[in-house]
Design a protein around this ligand. Sequence first.
Ligand code: IMP
Length: 438
Amino acid sequence: MPSIVVVGAQWGDEGKGKIIDYLAKYVDVIVRYNGGANAGHTVNIKGRKYVFHLLPSGALYSGKTLVIGNGVVVDVAQLLDEIRTVEEAGYRVNLILSNRAHVVMPWHKLIDKASGGKIGTTGRGIGPTYTDKMWRKTAVRISDLISRNFRDKLREILKLKEHELKHYGIIGDSVEEYLEEVYSSLSKLVEAIKPYVDDVSLRLNEFLDQGKWVLFEGAQGTMLDVDHGTYPYVTSSNTISGGACTGAGVPPTRIDVVLGVAKAYTTRVGKGPMPTEIRGEIAEHIREKGGEYGATTGRPRRIGWLDLVVLKYARRINGFSNLALTKLDVLSGIKTIKIAIGYELDGRKIDYIPASSEEYARVKPIYVEFPGWRDISRDEWREIARSGVSTMPKEAIKYVNFIREELNVDIAIISVGPSREETILLKDVFNIKEWGRY
Ligand code: IMP
């Protein structure tokens, strides 16, 4: 039965939240498999804007099972806050939280804030939590947090981390005092979180056995993947489609569809190379029109033209043959639009992403230019969404067709505005007809 991974093809913020929210109506289960509260999914429903950092984006559909997999790092207080927001909006939260997921501890956030500047992290404790996960001796999993021995475990960890935490000024003279402070703040949350905790791999595989439809929601994007992104200017998890398997405990043989999501241009938050970055009037126009400010940190996003070298790389690594193209409306009213089709590195033409970020920072994009199209009002985009893609301006059709042909993908969805009504569906990505579900 269909299971689908929705994955960002650029540097995150591709508009996955909206696409997932749009697809969520078809599925029974929505799973987060990587990252933590560094992500920010914005969903607009009935004129109200909701931002989730940990809950899957489909949280505002009733009757869905939401899952947070073992690959996620969980800020428990933040998660409980989001659950409360959804409940206050009148929805029931049916959540399964992996007992194998790691907990973002108070010191992780402080260390990240004190030392994440070089990479431009979100300060949510992501890197330090994954560091402890990989180091193993100093990590806290959800299963530790809810165990009766949590205080002893915490004491052991603080013994090993004392030197580091003193270095950052997190612990003063008394380790015991700090231990009690952390213990009392976290143990208050244990009873609230316990009912959600379960074995996610077991439950997900059962759901798939029962024929339930499962959507895996990638956080961040391909170019921020810890292995395949622009290292070291990346996040600390596997953001790519393969991350769904490791981060939720489902085998690759159980994934049916991978849907890539790309913005019609490029954005990036934080530091690191971005070959098609532009500054000046057009960048400002796109930033303002597209609301390009970080959903988690509020930082202005860096803006650039669409980069097909990046998208081809993302297509290869994630294996998507379907693409959702978002924010096409934002490009309206620009006289000439560019797309990068290759790079030049030290006078040589290349069509790949160099492993070294120093080299990647030196590449110069090779562009093709497209005539833009007139500014189009929200109402007109809604009308276009209702009447179909052929009613788009012919220049916009040409732009989209070029991307489709160059990438050799099916453009399944075009998003032309934040609301559910501003979505053009071109292809039934789930083969819904074939599976007999409308
Ligand atoms: P971290 O994930 O907070 O460690 O940040 C590492 C890098 O990933 C920084 O450049 C962040 O700006 C970027 N990043 C993390 N999460 C997101 C996201 O959801 N969207 C876009 N960029 C992100």
